[in-house]
Design a protein around this ligand. Structure first.
Ligand SMILES: Nc1ncnc2c1ncn2[C@@H]1O[C@H](COP(=O)(O)OS(=O)(=O)O)[C@@H](OP(=O)(O)O)[C@H]1O
Length: 837
C-alpha cells in the first residue's frame, strides 16, 4: 500500500507522535547509495518498524525522497532532510523539534543498514536500566576521568536516547565547527553535546558491531522470518551493521565460531630507521607471548629491501620493494600520508600488497596446517596476546572477514586502520588470493590513502566483510582508564587521531592527552591564571612554578583561548587546528597550567575554555583599579606601544613613532571624564577592540579595571568553585599566605616558596629589545627577570587624575562588590575602604 506523494510529512509525523508505543526509530538513509539505500529503507519499514514509528532522514529533499519510495511500494515514513547524515546532533535536534518526544520516550537512531530487532530492543528498553543514552560505546569508557575521545556511541551500531535527552539538544546550540568527514566526529560531537548536560553514554553489550558472516545467507528468507524472532541470547545482537547496502539486513551470526585456540600469523611492518630497536622491543614485549600462545603462531617483521637489519634473525623478511621515498624528509614521521604525495602512498600500498601476497603464497590450503587468521600490525602496535586470542575465538576463520578498528560509516570502502592492527580470516585471505588485487588500486580514502586503504579496497574487490571490533584501540594504552585497559586486544602507541574535539581535561595531571604529532603524552592544564593584567600574574606564575609538583610551559603567556590584542587569538579554525599545539606546550606528569592575563579581558576565552577545558581551575588577581590602570599605562608607555591601545590599527604610528607624542595618564583620565559626561551608561563603554557603538570609547588601561564587566562572562561560564580570587594587596603584603591559599586551591602540598622573588615589577621589567630601537616596530614583552626588591608601592597620581578615576570606578566597584558577594568570594581590600564605594 502506498500513499500518494502528496502525503504531508508533518501529518505523518504527528501520527508518529501520537502512537501509543513511544519508541521512535530515526533511520539515516544515505541516498547517495541509491538503490541499496532505498532497499535498506524499504526493508526497515517492512520488517523493523512501520512508517507510523519511523522517521527517515536523508540528505536529499522531499520530492526525491518520495519518488524513491514508489520503488518499494511502501508508504513513505515521515521524513527529515538534513545537510549531513553524520551530523547526528543536528538530526536529533531536528527530530526533537519536530516531534517533541516526551521525557520517557525513546529515540532509536540507526543507519538503514543497521539491523535492529525491535521486539528485543523494546524489551530491553522496558526492562533494563540503560541510562538516557546508550549503545556500543567506542574509543572510551564511562570513566569520568577519561581523557581523549569522549565516550561516544556509534549510530551505525544503533543508539538509543531518552526523549528528555533529545529535547535538551534543542535548547542550546553549543558547537558548530565540527568536521564531518569522519563519522566518529559526528558521533563524538553528539556525545560532547550531551555531556554538556551531564548525560554520558552507557555501554551496552546488546549493541554489537558485526563480526563476520558469510555471503551465502539467504537474507530474504531471514527477513521473512522476521527480526523479532529468536531467543535473546546475550551473544546475539540487537543491532549490527551489515556489510553491503544491497543486503541490508542480515541475521546475527552464531557464536562461538572458531576453535577455542585459533592460530595466528602476525606481520609487523617495521620502519627501517628503527628496525633494530623495534624488533627487539616487540620480541621483549608481546612477540614471544604471541608465538607461545598455542605453539603454532608466528610473528614476522617486514622491512623493505634497502635496509640491513638483524641479518641473523630469520623472522625478518625483506620485501623486494623500491627504496622508501622521502625517508629523509621532515614529513617522515608525519602520518598525514596524503600530504606526502602519491609516490609515498604508492610505496605504502605496494608494501602491504607484498605482505598480503606473501601470506597467501604461503597458504598451503590445508585447513590443519594453515593459520586461522593473519594479522598486519605496525611496529608501534601494542598487542595484548591473551586478549587477542580470546577475540579471535569469537570469529570463524571459515568466513571471509577482516576486522579491527574500522573506518568509514558506510560499508563502501570500509577499511580497518593499520595502527591497531588488521586481522584477516583464512577464508578472506583465500578470496584475496583468488582476486590477486593489483598494486595500483585508485586511492578512495583521502584520510587513509596508504597500505590500509589498499587493503580496504582489496577486501571490497574480494568480497571480504569488514567488521569493526571495539577491542582494537587506536590510542595508546595510557589513553584509556586503568580499569578499562584489560578489555582491549590491541593499542596503537602513536595514535594518528587528532584529539582536538574530544579533550576533556580533568583537574589532575595524571590524565593525559596523547597526540601523534606530539609523539608523547601531554597533560591538559589544570589551572590558568587569567589576570587581571598588571595584578602580579607573572610573580604568581613563576613563584608557583617553584613547587616540585608543578610543571609549567616554557612560556608564560600562551594566550591561546583568546586575547583581544593578539593576532594569534583563537578562532574556531585556529582552536581546532592548534589545540594540540597548545596542549603540547604543557609538560607531562605534574600539575600544570598557564598564565595569560589577557584572558581576563577577552570576550572569547570563557566560552572557549568552557568548551575545551571545562574542568579548569581559574586564578584571578585583582588590584586597586586606579593603580592597575596606571601600571598598565606605564607598561605600554615603556614598550613604546601605547598608541596601539589607543588607535585602531593605525599603521602609520609604528613607522612615525619618533614623532608620536603619547598622551599622559592625566590626558587619558580627562578623556575618560568626557566619556562619562557624554556617555554615562557604563554598559556602552568599550575599548577600541571591543565591538559596539562608537562614541563611548574608554582607553583599555582604565576600562580593564572595570572588573565586573570582564568578570561577568567568566562567572556566567564557570561555577564559582572554579575560581580563586586573590587580592593583589595580599600578594604584596602577605605573599606566603597568598601562595599557601593558591597551593591549597590547586590541591598542592604546602611548600616553602621563595615569595620574596618578584617578577615583572616596574623596577625590573624587561622591555622588548625591538622596542628600544628607533624606527623599529615596538614589541610587547621583554625578558622576564626577578628581583628581591620590595614590592613597588602604589603609583603616584596627581590629585585631579585620581579624583576623576575614583569617580569613574565608583559604579564598577559597586558592581564588583555585588558580583563577588553573589558568587561567594571575599571582597578585595580596596573595596573595603569607603572611599572607593
Ligand atoms: N610579589 C609582588 N608583589 C606586589 N606586586 C608585584 C609582585 N610581583 C609583581 N608585582 C607587580 O605586578 C605588576 C605586574 O603584574 P603582571 O605580572 O600581572 O603584569 S602583566 O599583565 O603580566 O604584564 C607590576 O606592577 P607595577 O610595578 O605597578 O607596574 C609589578 O610590580
Amino acid at each position: 500500500m502506498m500513499l500518494p506523494p502528496t502525503t504531508i510529512m508533518v501529518a505523518a509525523a504527528a501520527a508518529v507522535a501520537a502512537a501509543a508505543e513511544r519508541v521512535f526509530y530515526v533511520v539515516l538513509v544515505d541516498e547517495s547509495q541509491r538503490d541499496h539505500a532505498r532497499a535498506a529503507a524499504c526493508t526497515w519499514l517492512r520488517v523493523v518498524a512501520p512508517p507510523a514509528k519511523t522517521i527517515l532522514v536523508t540528505e536529499r529533499n522531499r520530492s526525491t525522497f518520495l519518488a524513491s519510495f514508489r520503488a518499494c511500494s511502501f508508504r513513505p515514513a515521515p521524513h527529515l532532510a538534513v545537510k549531513s547524515l553524520l551530523d547526528y546532533t543536528h538530526v536529533v535536534r531536528r527530530f526533537a523539534t519536530a516531534l517533541k518526544p516526551a521525557d520517557d520516550d525513546w529515540v532509536v537512531i540507526a543507519h538503514a543498514h543497521t539491523l535492529v530487532r525491535p521486539g528485543k530492543l523494546a524489551a530491553m528498553l522496558k526492562d533494563r536500566q540503560i541510562g538516557d543514552y546508550a549503545g556500543l560505546v567506542r574509543n572510551a569508557s564511562d570513566g569520568p576521568q577519561y581523557l581523549g575521545y569522549f565516550p561516544h556511541v556509534a549510530p551505525e551500531h544503533g543508539l538509543v536516547l531518552r526523549g528528555v535527552a533529545a529535547r535538551k539538544l534543542t535548547t542550546e546550540a553549543r558547537r558548530d565547527d565540527f568536521d564531518f568527514r569522519a563519522a566518529e566526529f559526528g558521533a563524538a560531537r553528539l556525545a560532547a553535546e550531551l555531556r554538556a548536560f551531564g548525560i554520558t553514554p552507557t555501554d551496552s553489550d546488546c549493541f554489537r558491531a558485526v563480526s563476520g558472516d558469510d555471503d551465502d545467507d539467504d537474507d530474504d528468507d531471514w527477513m521473512q522470518r522476521g527480526v523479532t524472532l529468536g531467543p535473546l541470547d546475550p551473544r546475539e545482537m540487537l543491532a549490527f551493521g551489515a556489510r553491503v547496502w544491497g543486503s541490508a539486513l542480515r541475521p546475527p551470526p552464531s557464536y562461538p565460531k572458531s576453535s577455542s585456540s585459533p592460530t595466528l600469523a602476525i606481520a609487523v611492518l617495521v620502519r627501517e630507521s628503527e628496525a633494530v630497536e623495534a624488533v627487539a622491543a616487540i620480541e621483549r614485549g608481546w612477540g614471544s607471548a604471541v608465538r607461545r600462545e598455542n605453539g603454532r603462531n608466528s610473528v614476522e617483521f617486514f622491512v623493505s629491501a634497502d635496509v640491513v637489519v638483524a641479518a641473523d634473525k630469520e623472522d625478518v623478511v625483506r620485501l623486494a620493494l623500491p627504496p622508501r621515498p622521502d625517508a629523509s624528509s621532515r614529513f617522515y614521521w608525519s602520518k598525514k600520508s596524503f600530504a606526502k604525495g602519491d609516490e609515498w602512498n604508492e610505496w605504502l600500498r605496494r608494501k602491504v600488497a607484498a605482505v598480503a601476497r606473501r601470506f597467501y603464497d604461503d597458504d598451503d590450503h590445508d585447513e590443519t596446517s594453515s593459520r586461522d587468521f593473519v594479522m598486519i600490525v605496525d611496529d608501534d602496535t601494542e598487542v595484548v596476546p591473551g586478549r587477542l586470542f580470546e577475540v579471535l575465538a569469537e570469529y570463524d576463520p571459515r568466513r571471509a572477514v577482516a576486522f579491527g578498528r574500522k573506518f568509514g560509516h558506510v560499508e563502501k570502502g570500509a577499511l580497518v586502520g593499520g595502527g591497531p592492527g588488521i586481522v584477516i580470516s583464512r577464508a578472506a585471505l583465500r578470496r584475496m588470493a583468488a582476486v590477486d588485487c593489483p598494486d595500483a588500486l585508485p586511492i578512495i580514502s583521502k584520510t587513509v590513502p596508504g597500505g590500509d586503504g589498499w587493503l580496504g579496497q582489496c577486501f571490497d574487490m574480494a568480497g571480504v566483510r569488514v567488521a569493526d571490533d571495539w577491542r582494537f584501540k587506536s590510542f595508546p594504552r595510557h589513553a584509556y582508564p586503568p580499569d578499562q585497559r584489560s578489555r582491549f586486544a590491541t593499542f596503537h602507541r602513536n595514535s594518528h587521531k587528532n584529539p582536538v574535539f574530544f579533550v576533556d581535561p580533568t583537574t589532575t595531571c595524571r590524565h593525559v592527552v596523547s597526540h601523534w604529532i606530539l609523539r608523547r603524552p601531554t597533560c591538559a592544564p589544570r589551572f590558568a591564571i587569567i589576570g587581571a593584567p598588571k595584578c602580579g600574574t607573572t610573580s604568581l606564575h613563576y613563584v608557583l612554578g617553584q613547587h616540585p609538583d608543578v610543571a609549567l610551559p616554557s612560556r608564560k603567556e600562551l594566550n591561546f583561548w583568546g586575547s583581544p590584542w593578539s593576532s594569534s587569538s583563537a578562532t574556531p579554525t585556529t582552536l581546532r587546528s592548534f589545540l594540540f599545539r597548545y596542549l603540547g606546550a604543557f609538560p607531562y606528569g605534574r600539575v600544570t597550567g598557564e598564565s595569560s592575563p589577557d584572558y581576563f579581558v577577552s570576550g572569547d576565552a570563557p566560552k572557549n575554555m568552557l568548551r575545551f577545558v571545562p574542568k579548569i581551575q581559574l586564578v584571578i588577581s585583582l588590584r586597586d583599579p586606579v593603580d592597575r590602570a596606571a601600571s598598565a599605562y606605564h607598561n605600554k608607555l615603556d614598550d613604546k606601544s601605547l598608541h596601539r591601545y589607543l588607535n585602531v590599527d593605525d599603521p602609520r604610528l609604528d613607522t612615525d613613532l619618533p614623532s608620536y607624542t603619547p598622551p599622559s595618564f592625566s590626558d587619558l583620565a580627562l578623556d575618560v571624564n568626557d566619556t562619562l559626561e557624554t556617555c554615562p551608561d557604563y554598559a556602552r563603554h568599550r575599548t577600541m577592540r571591543e565591538p559596539g557603538q562608537p562614541g563611548c570609547f574608554v582607553n583599555p588601561f582604565v576600562l580593564h579595571s572595570y572588573y565586573a564587566k570582564y568578570l561577568r562572562p567568566w562567572f556566567d561560564a564557570f561555577q564559582p568553585h572554579h575560581f580563586l580570587v586573590l587580592d593583589y594587596a595580599d600578594l604584596a603584603n602577605a605573599p606566603n599566605a597568598t601562595f599557601a591559599r593558591l597551593a591549597h586551591f590547586l590541591g598542592l602540598s604546602p611548600f616553602p616558596y621563595d615569595t620574596a622573588l618578584r617578577y615583572n615589577t616596574r623596577h625590573n621589567r624587561g622591555v622588548h629589545p625591538a622596542s628600544r630601537r628607533r624606527n623599529k616596530k615596538p614589541r610587547a614583552g621583554g625578558i622576564v627577570t626577578a628581583t628581591y626588591r620590595d614590592p613597588p608601592g602604589p603609583w603616584t597620581i596627581d590629585h585631579r587624575t585620581a579624583t576623576i578615576l575614583h569617580r569613574y570606578f565608583r559604579s564598577p566597584n559597586r558592581q564588583l562588590h555585588a558580583l563577588l558577594a553573589t558568587t561567594g568570594h571575599a571582597k578585595p581590600s580596596w573595596l573595603r575602604s569607603s572611599s572607593s564605594q
